[in-house]
Design a protein around this ligand. Sequence first.
Ligand code: NAP
Length: 233
Amino acid sequence: MNILIAGASRGLGCSLAEVALKEGHTVVAGVRNRNRISEQLKELNENYGTRLQLIQLDVSDEDSVEQAAKHVAEHFLSLDIILNNAAILLGRERKIEDVDFQELEQSLDTNLLGPMRVVKHFLPLLRQGSKSFIANISSEAGAVSKEHDNDYPYGLSKAALNKFTMQLHHYLLSDGIGVCSIHPGWMHTDMGGNQAPLNPAISAKGILDIMTGKTTVNSPYQFVNYEGKPMNI
Ligand SMILES: NC(=O)c1ccc[n+]([C@@H]2O[C@H](COP(=O)([O-])OP(=O)(O)OC[C@H]3O[C@@H](n4cnc5c(N)ncnc54)[C@H](OP(=O)(O)O)[C@@H]3O)[C@@H](O)[C@H]2O)c1
């Protein structure tokens, strides 16, 4: 399968690239800045030749997303999976009295509008693929039912992303394109920190199994964790 990963420079996105490559897929790794990628991605780039293509992709910049889609259309013709993984985590501890609207705007721009830009420009390529699937990497922090203090920028952006998933799911149902939101678990990455219990490679394997149909999604809200278990919204 041809898999696009938005936000593949490090963390879960890079682990997703590694697991997909090991399973024989072709990966288009979208990175903001090709000069600032992790050692892990550099190594994959050296080892996997043309099965791994790095492209410049800043999800907060529509021109960048549009150019990336044109590039992929010229070189691949089709995509089977879009993985919206890129996200930022800002201002988690601020109370409503201290909310910084710049942090909120940046978070919505990357975590919600980013996936929307990617789907807008890459959907024509996905329509050419087979058993196509869109996975929006979300978070339990976006569940309305979960009690959270504060966490406005990130929590609200992921809650809205879950709504976007449902909208897309209904829109693309008759085209046979699957869509879901996935909570990847608390992973030790730059975002999750060193205390996190989960290895991103384990989460990546679970996510890939969902997207390739090895694990079936059975959730009224199209929201599951990395093991495919339904999540509440
Ligand atoms: N870690 C956790 O415990 C946890 C828990 C729940 C959900 N999640 C979700 O899982 C996903 C991956 O998280 P992670 O832990 O791997 O995060 P991370 O280590 O902070 O990595 C974030 C990735 O997103 C990329 N990114 C950010 N803004 C971007 C933009 N405008 N355009 C393109 N790429 C951009 C980063 O690229 P640069 O290198 O260029 O910055 C990086 O590759 C996210 O959606 C996150 O919300 C994580």
